[in-house]
Design a protein around this ligand. Structure first.
Ligand code: CUA
Length: 331
């Protein structure tokens, strides 16, 4: 299967749980760090279950067995037992040290990319409310495509507020803080489609900040070769759709549903109500709203607009492609 066919379309069916099969707690493991994370979780969980049963079962038995009854009088309790007291202090301490050591080990592995990973770096940029991935070949894509068994490094960047880069199948989560770069890495070990979520509440469209992550049975070079978007290879509408998915789809639907902003379905060429009166949705209104979202805000959406300006982020050519797409988004 060529990457091109799957690359630009987002899987909108997020109710498909097929990637979660076979596990009660976690989705299937798709990276080599996942085993360490699950191992630490399982250790803590089962030790907790063991002590819970050990304490609660005798407690219930004693409550029933030694309840107040006629003919029995309470006997004074023992007030000191050195062996018992040392036991319940030292044993839990050793167990906690074990948790800590196992946790630190796993954490260091997760935080330290292997040397090869510096050759395979993808830039992940978060903004309200979308993710963009910039590959070393210059392609910007809404989709994360990773070669199997290749340690890839992510440079994380936010253009507005705090987001969080979260791929459950990789057990990978890292906050994306504006004004500084974050680093994360993964070595995918299983072919499939996984989910990327934003795991830090970042505004109205927070739950819409999700992307597909595709792990493919190809080399890094093959992925770089296939994952290319050149404007000259597509028509203006196609380029516009690409730019729409990258920049607008988080807030504006093309199916008539209302997200953070109004839908683009059948909007072109119609009169739209704004706080500044009725406006024709045409090239000039589209361009003005992209560059200065607060110029004419649609009612009843909140003012000032939640939309960031794309001044300096989109070129004039790109705005023209977007306009071609907006004319007939359902084509
Ligand atoms: Cu971005 Cu929540």
């Amino acid at each position: 299967m060529s990457l091109d066919s799957v690359l630009w379309a987002q899987t909108e069916d997020y109710t498909n749980w097929s990637n979660w099969d076979g596990s009660y707690f976690f989705p299937q493991q798709a990276s080599d760090n996942a085993a360490a994370v699950d191992g630490t979780f399982d250790l803590i969980f089962w030790v907790s279950v063991f002590f819970f049963v050990l304490i609660v079962v005798p407690m219930v038995v004693f409550i029933v067995k030694y309840r107040r009854r006629p003919g029995y009088s309470p006997k004074p309790a023992q007030d000191h037992n050195l062996v018992l007291e040392l036991g319940w202090s030292v044993i839990p301490t050793l167990i906690l040290v074990l948790f800590f050591v196992k946790g630190v080990w796993g954490y260091m592995d997760m935080r330290t990319p292997p040397d090869e990973a510096s050759e395979y770096e993808i830039q992940a940029q978060a903004s309200q409310f979308s993710w963009k991935f910039t590959y070393p070949n210059g392609t910007v894509s809404p989709k994360l495509v990773l070669p199997i068994n290749t340690p890839v490094r992510f440079r994380l960047q936010s253009s507005d507020v705090i987001h969080s880069f979260f791929i459950p199948a990789f057990r990978l989560k890292h906050d994306v803080v504006p004004g500084r770069f974050g680093t994360a890495w993964v070595n995918p070990t299983r072919v499939g489609t996984y989910r990327l979520y934003c795991a830090e509440f970042c505004g109205d469209g927070h739950s819409l900040m999700r992307r597909d992550v595709e792990v493919v049975d190809k080399t890094w070079e093959e992925v770089m070769d296939e994952i290319k978007w050149k404007y000259e290879e597509h028509d203006a509408w196609g380029n516009g759709q690409h730019l729409y998915i990258l920049n607008c789809a988080g807030c504006h639907s093309v199916d008539g549903s209302t997200k953070t902003g109004p839908s683009f379905l059948d909007a072109w060429g119609t009169q739209r109500e704004t706080y500044s009166g009725s406006v024709l949705f045409d090239e000039n209104y589209a361009r003005e709203s992209i560059l200065d979202p607060n110029a004419k805000v649609r009612t009843p959406f909140p003012r000032p607009s939640a939309m960031p300006t794309f001044q300096g982020k989109l070129t004039e050519d790109e705005i023209n492609y977007l306009i071609e797409f907006l004319k007939d988004p359902a084509r």
